[in-house]
Design a protein around this ligand. Structure first.
Ligand code: GLY
Length: 364
Protein backbone atom coordinates (compact mmCIF):
# COMPACT_ATOMS: atom_id res chain seq x y z
CA UNK A 1 0.00 0.00 0.00
CA UNK A 2 1.33 3.45 -0.95
CA UNK A 3 1.22 6.12 1.77
CA UNK A 4 1.52 9.86 1.01
CA UNK A 5 1.51 12.53 3.72
CA UNK A 6 -0.22 15.88 3.14
CA UNK A 7 1.75 18.32 5.32
CA UNK A 8 -0.35 21.38 6.11
CA UNK A 9 0.31 24.56 8.05
CA UNK A 10 -0.38 23.54 11.66
CA UNK A 11 -2.09 26.88 12.41
CA UNK A 12 -4.72 26.22 9.74
CA UNK A 13 -5.28 22.48 9.33
CA UNK A 14 -3.97 19.17 10.58
CA UNK A 15 -1.83 17.05 8.26
CA UNK A 16 -3.13 13.69 7.08
CA UNK A 17 -2.21 10.61 5.08
CA UNK A 18 -3.46 9.38 1.70
CA UNK A 19 -3.42 5.54 1.54
CA UNK A 20 -3.48 3.88 -1.90
CA UNK A 21 -3.84 0.16 -2.68
CA UNK A 22 -6.15 -2.59 -3.88
CA UNK A 23 -8.72 -4.03 -1.43
CA UNK A 24 -7.62 -1.85 1.49
CA UNK A 25 -10.92 -1.63 3.40
CA UNK A 26 -9.65 -4.04 6.11
CA UNK A 27 -6.52 -1.97 6.59
CA UNK A 28 -8.63 1.18 6.62
CA UNK A 29 -10.60 -0.29 9.54
CA UNK A 30 -7.38 -1.01 11.44
CA UNK A 31 -6.11 2.54 10.85
CA UNK A 32 -9.47 4.01 11.94
CA UNK A 33 -9.44 1.92 15.12
CA UNK A 34 -5.80 2.75 15.89
CA UNK A 35 -6.27 6.50 15.38
CA UNK A 36 -9.46 6.56 17.41
CA UNK A 37 -10.87 9.44 15.36
CA UNK A 38 -14.42 8.94 16.67
CA UNK A 39 -16.60 6.85 18.96
CA UNK A 40 -18.87 6.06 15.97
CA UNK A 41 -19.17 6.77 12.26
CA UNK A 42 -21.95 7.71 9.84
CA UNK A 43 -21.05 6.66 6.30
CA UNK A 44 -22.64 8.80 3.58
CA UNK A 45 -22.99 7.48 0.04
CA UNK A 46 -25.34 7.78 -2.94
CA UNK A 47 -28.20 5.61 -4.15
CA UNK A 48 -26.03 3.97 -6.87
CA UNK A 49 -23.37 2.84 -4.42
CA UNK A 50 -25.32 2.03 -1.28
CA UNK A 51 -25.93 -1.64 -2.06
CA UNK A 52 -22.96 -2.31 -4.34
CA UNK A 53 -20.26 -0.81 -2.11
CA UNK A 54 -21.79 0.84 0.97
CA UNK A 55 -23.20 -2.26 2.65
CA UNK A 56 -19.98 -4.24 2.05
CA UNK A 57 -17.72 -1.54 3.46
CA UNK A 58 -20.09 -1.12 6.42
CA UNK A 59 -20.05 -4.91 7.08
CA UNK A 60 -16.23 -5.06 6.93
CA UNK A 61 -15.85 -2.16 9.33
CA UNK A 62 -18.49 -3.59 11.69
CA UNK A 63 -16.62 -6.93 11.75
CA UNK A 64 -13.72 -4.91 13.12
CA UNK A 65 -15.97 -3.69 15.95
CA UNK A 66 -16.33 -0.18 14.55
CA UNK A 67 -19.77 1.36 14.98
CA UNK A 68 -20.87 2.41 11.48
CA UNK A 69 -24.30 3.55 10.20
CA UNK A 70 -25.06 4.08 6.51
CA UNK A 71 -27.05 6.90 4.88
CA UNK A 72 -27.65 7.39 1.17
CA UNK A 73 -29.10 10.16 -0.99
CA UNK A 74 -30.16 10.23 -4.67
CA UNK A 75 -27.09 10.02 -6.94
CA UNK A 76 -26.15 13.07 -9.01
CA UNK A 77 -25.07 16.72 -8.87
CA UNK A 78 -28.74 17.74 -8.34
CA UNK A 79 -28.43 16.43 -4.77
CA UNK A 80 -25.89 19.11 -3.88
CA UNK A 81 -28.84 21.36 -3.01
CA UNK A 82 -29.82 22.82 0.33
CA UNK A 83 -32.95 20.69 0.90
CA UNK A 84 -31.23 17.34 0.28
CA UNK A 85 -28.43 18.38 2.62
CA UNK A 86 -30.87 19.34 5.37
CA UNK A 87 -32.53 15.93 4.97
CA UNK A 88 -29.13 14.23 5.35
CA UNK A 89 -28.43 16.28 8.48
CA UNK A 90 -31.84 15.29 9.91
CA UNK A 91 -30.94 11.64 9.46
CA UNK A 92 -27.54 12.14 11.10
CA UNK A 93 -29.33 13.75 14.07
CA UNK A 94 -31.88 10.87 14.17
CA UNK A 95 -28.98 8.41 14.40
CA UNK A 96 -27.83 10.28 17.51
CA UNK A 97 -24.50 11.49 16.09
CA UNK A 98 -22.75 13.95 18.41
CA UNK A 99 -19.42 15.77 18.60
CA UNK A 100 -17.60 12.48 19.21
CA UNK A 101 -18.91 11.06 15.91
CA UNK A 102 -17.29 11.26 12.46
CA UNK A 103 -18.51 10.97 8.87
CA UNK A 104 -17.20 8.76 6.08
CA UNK A 105 -17.63 9.95 2.46
CA UNK A 106 -17.96 6.86 0.26
CA UNK A 107 -18.38 7.85 -3.37
CA UNK A 108 -17.42 10.31 -6.08
CA UNK A 109 -17.02 14.08 -6.01
CA UNK A 110 -20.63 14.88 -5.10
CA UNK A 111 -20.57 12.56 -2.06
CA UNK A 112 -17.19 13.97 -0.98
CA UNK A 113 -18.28 17.61 -1.36
CA UNK A 114 -21.55 17.08 0.54
CA UNK A 115 -20.04 14.96 3.33
CA UNK A 116 -17.10 17.33 3.83
CA UNK A 117 -19.45 20.31 3.92
CA UNK A 118 -21.77 18.76 6.50
CA UNK A 119 -18.78 17.55 8.60
CA UNK A 120 -17.38 21.08 8.59
CA UNK A 121 -20.52 22.62 10.10
CA UNK A 122 -22.27 19.79 12.00
CA UNK A 123 -22.09 20.78 15.68
CA UNK A 124 -19.41 23.30 14.63
CA UNK A 125 -17.29 20.63 12.95
CA UNK A 126 -16.71 16.91 13.34
CA UNK A 127 -14.01 14.75 11.68
CA UNK A 128 -14.53 12.98 8.35
CA UNK A 129 -12.61 10.62 6.12
CA UNK A 130 -12.67 10.31 2.35
CA UNK A 131 -13.13 6.97 0.59
CA UNK A 132 -13.28 8.03 -3.07
CA UNK A 133 -14.73 5.45 -5.47
CA UNK A 134 -14.29 7.24 -8.83
CA UNK A 135 -10.97 7.91 -10.54
CA UNK A 136 -11.81 11.62 -10.60
CA UNK A 137 -12.39 11.73 -6.84
CA UNK A 138 -9.30 9.57 -6.18
CA UNK A 139 -6.89 11.90 -7.99
CA UNK A 140 -8.59 15.23 -7.39
CA UNK A 141 -11.66 16.05 -5.31
CA UNK A 142 -10.92 13.86 -2.25
CA UNK A 143 -7.60 15.63 -1.68
CA UNK A 144 -7.28 19.21 -0.53
CA UNK A 145 -10.37 19.79 1.60
CA UNK A 146 -12.65 21.69 -0.78
CA UNK A 147 -16.28 21.10 0.22
CA UNK A 148 -19.50 22.67 -0.97
CA UNK A 149 -23.09 22.64 -2.11
CA UNK A 150 -24.84 24.41 -4.99
CA UNK A 151 -27.47 27.16 -4.95
CA UNK A 152 -29.72 28.09 -7.90
CA UNK A 153 -27.26 30.97 -8.47
CA UNK A 154 -24.27 28.69 -9.04
CA UNK A 155 -22.14 25.67 -8.13
CA UNK A 156 -20.36 25.47 -4.75
CA UNK A 157 -21.69 28.87 -3.65
CA UNK A 158 -21.76 27.59 -0.06
CA UNK A 159 -18.60 25.78 0.90
CA UNK A 160 -15.62 25.49 3.19
CA UNK A 161 -12.01 24.39 3.20
CA UNK A 162 -12.09 21.48 5.63
CA UNK A 163 -9.47 18.75 5.50
CA UNK A 164 -10.28 15.08 6.10
CA UNK A 165 -8.52 12.96 8.74
CA UNK A 166 -7.42 10.55 6.01
CA UNK A 167 -8.04 9.57 2.38
CA UNK A 168 -8.33 5.87 1.52
CA UNK A 169 -7.99 5.16 -2.22
CA UNK A 170 -9.06 1.59 -2.99
CA UNK A 171 -8.24 0.63 -6.59
CA UNK A 172 -10.83 -2.17 -6.47
CA UNK A 173 -13.58 0.43 -6.94
CA UNK A 174 -12.16 1.39 -10.35
CA UNK A 175 -13.22 -1.94 -11.84
CA UNK A 176 -16.88 -0.97 -11.45
CA UNK A 177 -16.71 2.42 -13.21
CA UNK A 178 -18.44 3.07 -16.54
CA UNK A 179 -16.14 4.11 -19.44
CA UNK A 180 -17.49 7.67 -19.08
CA UNK A 181 -16.66 7.83 -15.35
CA UNK A 182 -13.22 6.34 -15.92
CA UNK A 183 -12.42 8.86 -18.69
CA UNK A 184 -13.44 11.71 -16.40
CA UNK A 185 -10.58 10.85 -14.04
CA UNK A 186 -8.12 10.34 -16.89
CA UNK A 187 -8.64 13.97 -17.96
CA UNK A 188 -7.44 15.20 -14.53
CA UNK A 189 -4.41 12.87 -14.69
CA UNK A 190 -3.48 14.21 -18.15
CA UNK A 191 -3.89 17.71 -16.64
CA UNK A 192 -1.30 16.95 -13.91
CA UNK A 193 1.15 15.77 -16.58
CA UNK A 194 0.64 18.94 -18.62
CA UNK A 195 0.87 21.45 -15.77
CA UNK A 196 3.45 19.84 -13.55
CA UNK A 197 5.12 16.65 -14.67
CA UNK A 198 6.52 16.07 -18.17
CA UNK A 199 7.74 12.64 -17.00
CA UNK A 200 4.17 11.63 -16.08
CA UNK A 201 3.10 12.90 -19.50
CA UNK A 202 5.73 10.66 -21.16
CA UNK A 203 4.56 7.59 -19.26
CA UNK A 204 0.93 8.36 -20.21
CA UNK A 205 2.07 8.54 -23.86
CA UNK A 206 3.89 5.20 -23.66
CA UNK A 207 1.20 3.40 -21.65
CA UNK A 208 -1.97 4.98 -23.11
CA UNK A 209 -3.46 1.64 -24.16
CA UNK A 210 -2.70 -0.20 -20.91
CA UNK A 211 -4.23 2.71 -18.98
CA UNK A 212 -7.38 2.61 -21.11
CA UNK A 213 -7.53 -1.13 -20.31
CA UNK A 214 -7.33 -0.33 -16.57
CA UNK A 215 -4.04 -2.08 -15.80
CA UNK A 216 -4.21 -1.94 -12.00
CA UNK A 217 -0.50 -1.83 -11.14
CA UNK A 218 0.05 0.95 -13.66
CA UNK A 219 -3.00 2.83 -12.35
CA UNK A 220 -1.67 2.57 -8.80
CA UNK A 221 1.58 4.28 -9.86
CA UNK A 222 -0.21 6.96 -11.86
CA UNK A 223 -2.75 7.67 -9.12
CA UNK A 224 0.04 7.93 -6.52
CA UNK A 225 1.94 10.32 -8.77
CA UNK A 226 -1.18 12.44 -9.36
CA UNK A 227 -1.91 12.57 -5.62
CA UNK A 228 1.70 13.66 -4.94
CA UNK A 229 1.32 16.52 -7.42
CA UNK A 230 -2.01 17.66 -5.99
CA UNK A 231 -0.85 17.41 -2.38
CA UNK A 232 2.31 19.40 -3.23
CA UNK A 233 0.17 22.23 -4.61
CA UNK A 234 -2.31 22.12 -1.70
CA UNK A 235 0.56 22.22 0.81
CA UNK A 236 1.74 25.53 -0.67
CA UNK A 237 -1.70 27.10 -1.16
CA UNK A 238 -4.37 25.34 0.90
CA UNK A 239 -6.86 28.22 0.59
CA UNK A 240 -6.67 28.60 -3.22
CA UNK A 241 -5.28 32.13 -3.22
CA UNK A 242 -2.41 31.57 -5.65
CA UNK A 243 -0.67 28.55 -7.14
CA UNK A 244 -3.63 26.19 -6.51
CA UNK A 245 -5.37 28.02 -9.36
CA UNK A 246 -3.17 26.17 -11.87
CA UNK A 247 -5.31 23.11 -11.08
CA UNK A 248 -8.02 24.90 -13.06
CA UNK A 249 -6.14 24.35 -16.33
CA UNK A 250 -8.84 23.51 -18.90
CA UNK A 251 -11.62 24.15 -16.39
CA UNK A 252 -12.79 27.67 -17.37
CA UNK A 253 -13.91 26.60 -20.84
CA UNK A 254 -14.57 23.06 -19.54
CA UNK A 255 -17.14 24.20 -16.94
CA UNK A 256 -18.88 26.33 -19.58
CA UNK A 257 -19.12 23.35 -21.99
CA UNK A 258 -20.37 21.08 -19.20
CA UNK A 259 -23.09 23.55 -18.16
CA UNK A 260 -24.07 24.47 -21.74
CA UNK A 261 -24.59 20.74 -22.49
CA UNK A 262 -26.77 20.52 -19.35
CA UNK A 263 -24.24 18.02 -18.03
CA UNK A 264 -24.67 15.55 -20.91
CA UNK A 265 -20.94 16.16 -21.58
CA UNK A 266 -19.11 14.73 -18.53
CA UNK A 267 -16.74 16.82 -16.41
CA UNK A 268 -13.70 14.92 -17.75
CA UNK A 269 -14.69 15.21 -21.41
CA UNK A 270 -15.44 18.93 -20.95
CA UNK A 271 -12.10 19.53 -19.18
CA UNK A 272 -10.33 17.64 -21.96
CA UNK A 273 -11.83 19.98 -24.61
CA UNK A 274 -11.06 22.93 -22.29
CA UNK A 275 -7.41 21.83 -22.07
CA UNK A 276 -7.22 21.70 -25.88
CA UNK A 277 -8.72 25.22 -26.06
CA UNK A 278 -6.27 26.62 -23.46
CA UNK A 279 -3.39 24.93 -25.31
CA UNK A 280 -4.46 26.58 -28.58
CA UNK A 281 -4.86 29.97 -26.86
CA UNK A 282 -1.37 29.60 -25.33
CA UNK A 283 0.08 28.87 -28.77
CA UNK A 284 -1.82 31.73 -30.47
CA UNK A 285 -0.49 34.17 -27.84
CA UNK A 286 3.01 32.91 -28.68
CA UNK A 287 3.72 31.44 -25.29
CA UNK A 288 3.59 27.73 -26.18
CA UNK A 289 5.78 26.10 -28.83
CA UNK A 290 3.85 24.21 -31.51
CA UNK A 291 5.64 20.89 -30.66
CA UNK A 292 4.13 21.09 -27.15
CA UNK A 293 0.66 21.77 -28.61
CA UNK A 294 1.02 18.74 -30.91
CA UNK A 295 2.17 16.54 -28.02
CA UNK A 296 -0.75 17.54 -25.77
CA UNK A 297 -3.40 17.02 -28.43
CA UNK A 298 -1.92 13.66 -29.57
CA UNK A 299 -1.94 12.37 -25.98
CA UNK A 300 -5.54 13.51 -25.42
CA UNK A 301 -6.57 11.55 -28.53
CA UNK A 302 -4.44 8.49 -27.70
CA UNK A 303 -5.93 8.19 -24.23
CA UNK A 304 -9.46 8.31 -25.65
CA UNK A 305 -10.48 11.81 -24.54
CA UNK A 306 -12.33 14.25 -26.83
CA UNK A 307 -10.65 17.25 -28.46
CA UNK A 308 -13.66 18.83 -30.16
CA UNK A 309 -16.84 20.60 -28.96
CA UNK A 310 -20.05 18.68 -29.82
CA UNK A 311 -21.79 20.41 -32.72
CA UNK A 312 -25.07 20.63 -30.83
CA UNK A 313 -23.58 23.22 -28.44
CA UNK A 314 -23.83 26.94 -29.17
CA UNK A 315 -20.48 28.81 -29.18
CA UNK A 316 -22.30 32.00 -28.03
CA UNK A 317 -23.86 30.08 -25.15
CA UNK A 318 -20.44 28.70 -24.11
CA UNK A 319 -18.86 32.16 -24.31
CA UNK A 320 -21.54 33.82 -22.19
CA UNK A 321 -21.13 31.10 -19.55
CA UNK A 322 -17.37 31.70 -19.49
CA UNK A 323 -18.06 35.35 -18.74
CA UNK A 324 -20.27 34.36 -15.84
CA UNK A 325 -17.72 31.86 -14.44
CA UNK A 326 -17.45 32.20 -10.68
CA UNK A 327 -13.69 32.56 -10.86
CA UNK A 328 -14.17 35.78 -12.79
CA UNK A 329 -12.81 38.58 -10.63
CA UNK A 330 -14.02 42.08 -11.48
CA UNK A 331 -14.16 42.16 -15.25
CA UNK A 332 -11.30 39.76 -15.83
CA UNK A 333 -11.56 36.13 -16.87
CA UNK A 334 -8.59 34.27 -15.39
CA UNK A 335 -7.21 31.62 -17.72
CA UNK A 336 -4.52 29.10 -16.90
CA UNK A 337 -2.19 29.10 -19.92
CA UNK A 338 1.10 27.34 -20.67
CA UNK A 339 4.59 28.67 -21.40
CA UNK A 340 5.62 25.07 -22.06
CA UNK A 341 4.64 21.65 -20.78
CA UNK A 342 5.16 21.81 -17.00
CA UNK A 343 5.14 25.66 -16.86
CA UNK A 344 1.58 26.98 -16.40
CA UNK A 345 0.67 30.56 -15.45
CA UNK A 346 -2.50 32.54 -14.81
CA UNK A 347 -3.36 35.18 -17.40
CA UNK A 348 -6.11 37.76 -16.99
CA UNK A 349 -5.91 39.36 -20.42
CA UNK A 350 -7.16 36.81 -22.94
CA UNK A 351 -9.59 38.72 -25.18
CA UNK A 352 -13.17 37.57 -25.64
CA UNK A 353 -12.56 37.69 -29.39
CA UNK A 354 -9.77 35.11 -29.19
CA UNK A 355 -11.75 32.84 -26.86
CA UNK A 356 -14.71 32.99 -29.29
CA UNK A 357 -12.47 32.23 -32.25
CA UNK A 358 -10.93 29.17 -30.58
CA UNK A 359 -14.36 27.86 -29.49
CA UNK A 360 -15.61 28.25 -33.07
CA UNK A 361 -12.52 26.43 -34.41
CA UNK A 362 -13.06 23.53 -32.00
CA UNK A 363 -16.62 22.80 -33.09
CA UNK A 364 -16.96 19.37 -34.67
N1 GLY B 1 -10.02 20.70 -8.04
C1 GLY B 1 -9.28 21.89 -7.87
C2 GLY B 1 -8.78 22.09 -6.46
O1 GLY B 1 -8.91 21.23 -5.63
O2 GLY B 1 -8.27 23.15 -6.17
Amino acid sequence: MNKIKVNLDKKTSASYEIYIGENIVDRMGLIMAKNNWASRYVMITDSNLSTSHGEKVQATLREMELKVDLIDFPAGEASKNFQTNLRIVDRIIDLGADRTSALIALGGGVVGDITGFIASIYMRGIPYIQVPTTLLAQVDSSIGGKTGIDLPEGKNILGTFYQPKGVFIDLAFLKTLTPREFRSGLAEIVKYGIIDDPELLSSLEVEAEAIRNRDMSLLEKIIARSCRIKKGIVEIDEMDKGIRRILNFGHTIGHAIEAESRYSVSHGDAVSIGMVASTLISERLKYLPSEDRERIISLIRAIGLPDRIPKTLSPTGILSRIKRDKKKEGDTIHFVLLKKIGIPFVNGSVSEGLIGEIIEALKK
